[in-house]
Design a protein around this ligand. Structure first.
Ligand code: IPE
Ligand code: IPE
Ligand code: MG
Length: 224
């Protein structure tokens, strides 16, 4: 049985869900937050140590201003209302991505990270304004500037995910099979599961089914 340490998720399909059931993409984003809470709870039960959630890509800035505003409001309110609860549950929050949001949200994110930094039951890595190509370019630049030699170990240490083990499982919901600029380096040996359901419809049962499948896969890492 494969040990499971880190699950990464591309939470896709909120917009389509919202349009289909509530005639509003934003209603889908709101609904998607319930799935986030369910999956956090289940991850703790499964003794998973890292849960990485793709919440906003560097490319998502190309969306209509109204949708972007709604998404960040949702996040702000989530942090304001839930950070105490996450802290009590011994969850650590870490943002991976460039924090260049409103001063209010930047502060809130920093405060939430600081408050929970010593927690150790589950680390939630929130990929926010995250883009893998940009992350890699910055890592190479930083190595070059510090005159550090370029090798796998040094590069990994200069990514936004330094100190985070590579994901064992990647799940993408929403019936789309692409990576959308997510963790291109870190996913080199990850087991990938594409899920037809839209993110708001994804539930604990679906999650556990994937985990069970993963546990029985023969992971080769190049060997036989
Ligand atoms: C993913 O859902 C969530 C974010 C990108 C914030 P989408 O909003 O991409 O949903 P679809 O793919 O349009 O249905
Ligand atoms: C990827 O989903 C980003 C997040 C889930 C945050 P998108 O819906 O933005 O991806 P594309 O643009 O369809 O590839
Ligand atoms: Mg999408």
């Amino acid at each position: 049985m494969n040990p499971l340490n880190h699950v990464a998720i591309i939470m896709d399909g909120n917009g389509r869900w919202g349009l289909k059931f509530k005639n509003s993409r934003n209603a889908g984003h709101r609904e998607g937050l319930n799935t986030v809470e369910k999956i956090i709870k289940s991850s703790i039960k499964q003794k998973i140590k890292h849960l990485t959630l793709y919440a906003f890509s560097t490319e998502n800035w190309k969306r209509p201003k109204k949708e972007i505003k709604y998404l960040f409001n949702l996040l702000e309110n989530f942090l304001i209302n839930k950070i105490e609860d996450l802290h009590r549950k011994n969850i650590k929050l870490k943002v991976i991505g460039v924090k260049n949001f409103s001063p209010k949200l930047n502060n809130l994110l920093k405060k939430s990270e600081r408050k929970t930094e010593k927690n150790n039951i589950l680390q939630i890595n929130l990929a926010l304004n995250y883009g893998s190509k940009n992350e890699l370019i910055n890592a190479f630049k930083s190595l070059q500037k510090k005159r550090i030699s370029i090798n796998e170990k040094n590069l990994s240490k200069h990514l936004l995910t330094k100190n985070i083990p590579d994901p064992d499982i990647l799940i993408r919901t929403g019936n789309t099979k692409r990576l959308s600029n997510f963790l291109l380096w870190q996913l080199a040996y990850t087991e990938i599961f594409f899920e037809k359901k839209l993110w708001p419809d994804f539930n604990e049962k679906d999650y556990i089914k994937i985990i069970k499948k993963f546990k029985n896969i023969k992971r080769n890492f190049g060997k036989i």
